[in-house]
Design a protein around this ligand. Structure first.
Ligand code: UDP
Length: 233
């Protein structure tokens, strides 16, 4: 099923497939943080993130949000549409956490008046710096209508996912999305998992995401398993 290795990232590999317009995305157990400075493995992470991404993207599709997922191949691999990727990471935030604590001086967990959408330049060498719309236009990373559509799609994902997760006792604090085009149409690519979201227990506010790895909080595998258990409800 998998053809030649086209790309290897920190958490995934992408292979060619027997279809020109599709590729195979394989989820690894490797974990990195702080722009690759911290490295490790989280047992069964690839399997869980593959399963979570499939479940969540199917739910988003039911809510008319187009995604790249085509089919499940096995417990670590998905067949996905070959997208022309947009070189931006789109972050949506519902509460203050991570880099927003540093930028605002606000305490972790502080609620926001309205969700924030941010764009980051997808560039490991530069450490993915924050960009505003003018930077994106000036660097020709996307045009005005694409920026508008990315913001609208990211907020739609937030509106659909926040209640889906809350019903499963998970607070969606923030998350990162990546988009690309397939035959001109903007679609959600990459993954949605505890690697790319901050998820807190609704009652205890315990962290059930990659912050357990970033900050050496322990029980990392258990947290990923717990998210998968709840999402299956
Ligand atoms: N995020 C991600 N990949 C990145 C940077 C951030 O998936 O390269 C996610 C991160 O897990 C969190 C959200 O985007 O859910 C916001 O991250 P933030 O800007 O606070 O950066 P961090 O604290 O992760 O460095």
């Amino acid at each position: 099923m998998s053809g030649e290795l086209l790309y290897e990232g920190k958490a995934k590999r992408v292979y060619g497939s027997d279809q020109d317009d599709a590729v195979v995305m394989e989820f690894k157990d490797d974990a990195t943080a702080f722009n690759g400075e911290k490295r490790g493995q989280i047992a069964q992470k690839g399997v869980i993130n593959r399963a979570l991404t499939t479940r969540i993207y199917r739910y988003l599709e039911e809510h008319r949000i187009p995604t790249h997922v085509l089919a499940e191949i096995d417990d670590r691999r998905l067949l996905v549409r070959r997208l022309e990727m947009i070189g931006l990471e789109v972050v949506v935030r519902n509460r203050v956490a991570g880099s927003l604590c540093q930028r605002t001086g606000l305490e972790e967990g502080t609620g926001l008046q309205s969700p924030i959408v941010e764009f980051y330049f997808k560039n490991d060498r530069l450490g993915d710096p924050l960009l505003n719309d003018d930077h994106i236009l000036a660097l020709n990373l996307a045009d005005e209508s694409t920026i508008h559509d990315l913001r609208a799609l990211a907020l739609r994902v937030n509106r659909v996912l926040t209640p889906f997760l809350f019903e499963r006792d998970l607070i969606l604090v923030d998350f990162k999305l990546e988009f690309g085009r397939f035959q001109g149409q903007l679609m959600l690519g990459d993954e949605i998992s505890p690697d790319t979201c901050r998820l807190w227990d609704r009652v205890s506010l315990n962290k059930l995401d990659k912050d357990r790895f970033r900050r050496d909080l322990g029980d990392v595998e258990e947290a990923y398993q717990e998210v998968w258990r709840r999402v299956q409800r």
